[in-house]
Design a protein around this ligand. Sequence first.
Ligand code: HEM
Length: 398
Amino acid sequence: MSPAPSEEVVLFPESLLTAAAHPDPYPYYAALLAYRPFYQEHRLGLWVALGAQEVAETLASEAVRVRPLAEPVPAAIKGAPAGDIFKDLVRMNDGHRHAQAKAAVGACLRAFDPAQTTAIARRDAPALARTLAVKHRQGLDLFNFALPVRVVAQLIGLPEDMAGQCAALVGDFVRCLSPISTPDEIARSNRAAESLLQLLRDEWRRSSHGGLAAHVERLRDLGLDTSDAVLANLVGFMSQTYEATAGLIGNALLALAGQPQLRRRVASDDALLQRVIEEVVRHDPSVHNTRRFVAEDCTIAEQILKPGDQILVVLAAANRDPARCERPHVFDPDRADRSSFTFGAGRHACAGQAIATAIAAAGIQALTTHGLDIAALSGPVAYRRSVNSRIPLFGGAA
Ligand code: HEM
């Protein structure tokens, strides 16, 4: 029997590579996880880790890398400005180089005072909300993408006017990081990479006694070996923030839009808003998967893997593994057993979690104060085309 015209039928995603941008990928993840928490997906030529234990084991394995051994920098950007940044990013390296950079980057990010992040976000968000007319859906999308980069740019010592410039440039730069980028996007990414590096170099020289220069010197003292590596990772702070935090704000707005009672309680309770954001991180995360590349013979989840094998690590599925948390599909800001893989785990775990959640909270507060009707956001929404991130586009797909 065919459904009545008013009934909406949401099918499973076509594959794990389209799931992140699907209206509701979670029943699909749950079905795959119940079938097998770690298996070989021959159609995609990938191993897939979905269970919490299997995801943790994959991310902890010494035998896997974040890039294929034969292609540390994607061929499309190798030797170009975007590739020059990419090759030095802590996120894209392994072994000694990664350990050294991670110690510096981790210490630098942890030293950013959460209160300072909140203060910058609370100062910046209202002005941005006014300028971008966030009551209109296109304005809201611009806000969600711009605010996180603007705040991180100011945390690393850039003046406010440059922070806005960075947000636009980072938006172009990150296009090269996706396996589905077009040649035109790669070209824009290279131009943006060049401009970002130039902007940071100029500001570093100008601000020799404070601001950006202080952070550059600090990262050098902490062990980042070259100026290029320092500048690349400062761009990395902004690019790691960009899509993931825009998605966090958007997915939190959707959670609130669908729950009127919760929305009313959050309006007068900052601590509850923080718990709502943490539950969104688990329940409807902005980053759904990451990849690992097998570098040596190994066994993961009792399966024998060979060098050259690829593993799709489905963080969003592991977040809802019933072996890890009770009632995994229920959105419960007050749950005591909350844990998630959304910020990764193991050697490459994200050090920006506190920054991201502080920005999201300040952003949502500013949107509410500036008259955004969150209730009106409920209902179907388009998601940005992506193989790994889940970012609602309230103004419609770009
Ligand atoms: C909601 C927001 C965010 C999410 C969901 C997120 C998620 C992640 C994930 C999953 C990883 C690990 C990737 C992997 O192991 O393959 C990662 C790494 C990283 N993130 Fe985040 N992130 C967010 C925000 C931020 C922010 C705000 C910053 C900095 C200001 C940041 C900086 C980094 C860095 C530097 C790494 C690389 C760590 C390493 O490779 O050792 N992230 N992030």
